[in-house]
Design a protein around this ligand. Structure first.
Ligand SMILES: NC(=O)c1ccc[n+]([C@@H]2O[C@H](COP(=O)([O-])OP(=O)(O)OC[C@H]3O[C@@H](n4cnc5c(N)ncnc54)[C@H](O)[C@@H]3O)[C@@H](O)[C@H]2O)c1
Length: 399
């Protein structure tokens, strides 16, 4: 028998998402004879204790009898239960300084940590994540910001609707002007961005046509790695080579900044990958983009005018085209940036359902059976000891 516990999110401010919805717990209890699920009571979770109880799930404060504990965000150090196996996003695999204490505490408390971010298929593709709903909310917010700036159409706040289904209803009858939207990325975020384009009835066009034709209706172009980057020496692109040596590539996005009204950015990025445009290009009069929804969201990253996180409450800020300083949104001399780092929290019930589905499909059975290569690859700590794959973190972990 495997007993799973859904922990109460302890990070401040508390995350409202959860790894399994009440319906998913009910499904597990019905379909797996050898799995028990307990839920730690929480006042902030997007599904109430009552909804779990109605689904036949035990709600309790005491998870000490559980074999495996599912969370979402970093678990506060004093809430870690000695010797337990945890699954959550620890944000430690890149030796993030702000989570060093958490890593030390997990070692001290002999925790086994399986990090969701490290759950990958054999080919390296990540199994689980919230990116799709980050893309959905990011695209909506980007379009909303452009509507607010231009007055050409009006979209409401995602937080004002109950769920994704209701959000889609708000699109009925909405007529968009003839705008050009550039979409970047090829992962889950990009899929969410494309989903909203299709729901809004925006037409996809090819990169060449996007750059050289004018349209009487709204269009978008979807730019993946091959459309965005090329080798500095011979102008070619090879996906594996790019992943291994991004510093040998330059970005070919320049013509798109002169043609686009909106940029919805969902690329994978790290410090060695070139940004989509330079500050000089941004300052230039030919820079046409008015609104950037930076779902990737790294300060000074793929979008060099991302000058820090905005919040769900106030998702958009302006960046002055000359001074590069932060301004109020929608001013004539600035470009609007939407740079929220926890977008899925705007649709937490849908985002949780999507996450739980992947967990059930690809991870649950392996946990019940006591292990698999997928779980092994994602195990950063085994009873408080760094595994071979993550031994590069020794110094960070203080061992
Ligand atoms: N703002 C938010 O709330 C939010 C939420 C989720 C994700 N994100 C961010 O959005 C970005 C995209 O996330 P996603 O969920 O689409 O990711 P993903 O894992 O679904 O897809 C990433 C894509 O990048 C490619 N890739 C993987 N490794 C790469 C490498 N080393 N170099 C270049 N490309 C590589 C993959 O092939 C894949 O196509 C990430 O930076 C992520 O942190 C933001």
């Amino acid at each position: 028998m495997l007993t799973i516990g859904l922990i109460r999110e302890g990070k401040t401010p508390a995350d409202n998402r959860v790894a399994l919805t009440p319906t998913q717990c009910k499904w597990i209890l019905k379909n797996s004879n050898n799995v028990q699920v307990l839920v730690q009571s929480s006042p902030t979770r997007c599904f109430t204790d009552k909804e779990y109880k109605s689904a036949g799930v035990t709600v309790t404060d005491d998870l000490s009898s559980c074999d495996v504990l599912f969370g979402i965000k970093e678990v506060p150090v004093d809430e870690l239960i000695h010797g337990k196996t945890y699954l959550f996003f620890s944000h430690t695999k890149k030796a993030q300084a702000h989570n060093r204490k958490l890593m030390h505490a997990m070692i001290e408390k002999k925790i086994t940590l399986i990090d969701y971010e490290c759950l990958t298929h054999d080919d390296g593709q990540r199994i689980i994540g919230f990116g799709f709903f980050a893309g959905v909310v990011g695209a909506h917010n980007g379009m909303m910001a452009f509507g607010n700036r231009t007055g050409a159409f009006k979209l409401g706040r995602v937080g004002d609707v109950r769920d994704y289904r209701q959000l889609i209803h708000t699109y009925f009858g909405l007529k968009l002007p003839k705008i050009k939207i550039a979409i970047t990325g090829s992962g889950r975020v990009a899929h969410g961005l494309l989903e909203i384009m299709n729901l809004l009835g925006v037409n996809e066009v090819e990169p060449f046509d996007y750059l050289h034709r004018q349209y009487e209706y709204p269009v978008y172009v979807h730019l993946k790695g091959r459309d965005l980057y090329e080798r500095k020496d011979d102008g070619t692109y090879n996906r594996d080579n790019f992943h291994e040596h991004p510093e040998e590539y330059k970005c070919s996005f320049a013509p798109f900044v002169k043609q686009s009204d909106i940029l919805l950015n969902g690329v994978y990025w790290d410090k060695t990958i070139p940004s989509l445009f330079s500050l000089d290009e941004f300052r230039n009069a030919s820079f046409k983009i008015k609104t950037i929804a930076d779902i990737t969201n790294d300060t000074g990253g793929s979008i060099p005018i991302n000058i820090g996180d905005s919040t769900i409450a106030e998702p958009v800020y302006g960046v002055d085209k000359i001074t590069l300083q932060k301004t109020a949104p929608y001013l004539p001399g600035s470009v609007d940036v939407m740079a929220v780092g926890n977008l899925p929290n705007e649709l937490p019930r849908d985002a949780s359902r999507y996450f739980g589905e992947q967990l059930i499909k690809y991870v649950l059975e392996d946990l019940v059976q006591g292990g698999s290569s997928i779980l092994e690859r994602a195990t950063m700590l085994k009873a408080g000891v760094l595994t071979e794959e993550y031994s590069y973190l020794k110094e960070y972990a203080g061992v």
